[in-house]
Design a protein around this ligand. Sequence first.
Ligand code: BT5
Length: 252
Amino acid sequence: MTIVHRIVRQGEVASTNEEAKARGKAGAAEGLVIVAESQSAGKGRLGRTWSSPPGGLYLSLLLRPQLTTKELLRMTVYSCVPVAQAIEEVTDLQVQVKWPNDLELNGKKLGGILVEGVSKLNRLDFVVLGIGINVNAEPATDKVERAVSLRAVLCREVDQEQLLASVLQHLDRFYSRLKKGEVDEVGYKRRSSVLGRKVEANLGGKVVRGKALRVLKDGGLVVRSDEGPLVKLSWVSETTLRLLETEEASLQ
Ligand code: BT5
């Protein structure tokens, strides 16, 4: 069943994820979408900031799935596919996904996904799926040489409304499948910039180097460590990953 979207458009907000969380706590139904023109405190993982000038697409979708907190990794990782598909549909570009939550163009960061779960009485009450895409604006980040916008690559502006509609449509299909326990493993693999590559993962202080072998259905990334054993990366909020072969492509 498709979700009925209720799109709430805002000018500048601190963070669309925070807006959606506040409304979710107040009882808002599944399908609420907050879209902002810009964010003054856009959030990434691990307390990082998401540069959000006017011209980018910043949205958060409120969902109330029957999932456990552990399953949010799968949602984070595999939701990169429908967002990549939407960008591809609107621009004809080929988008890569970098585990766990990045969207890339030629090794540069084009967008990111931040999934946050809010629990009530020890159960997951709702989920906010936040998406930031650099569309018609260049981000102001300390790693700006590793960031890219659609406008910079295409040398033209992209229709934000068309992109928003496409993102929501693809997410809808993704969510219907996710609720049945299905994810697009083939679509993920085809777009992955990480699989088969040498990576370095920082697991909240512990560093693992090795070759990224596969992404599991639960969203975990399996790495053959240089020491031999297989290591499964799954602690998404505490894990950062960089590619070792080309410094160009090494994003966090
Ligand atoms: C992410 O975090 O990539 C998740 C970003 C999610 C943003 C959306 S916007 C709508 C919704 N509301 C929010 O408040 N957030 C969500 P992470 O993997 O932690 O990456 C963050 C890092 O990316 C930063 O530390 C910078 O190095 C870099 N960065 C920041 N802004 C960027 C941008 N606009 N484009 C490319 N890289 C950026």
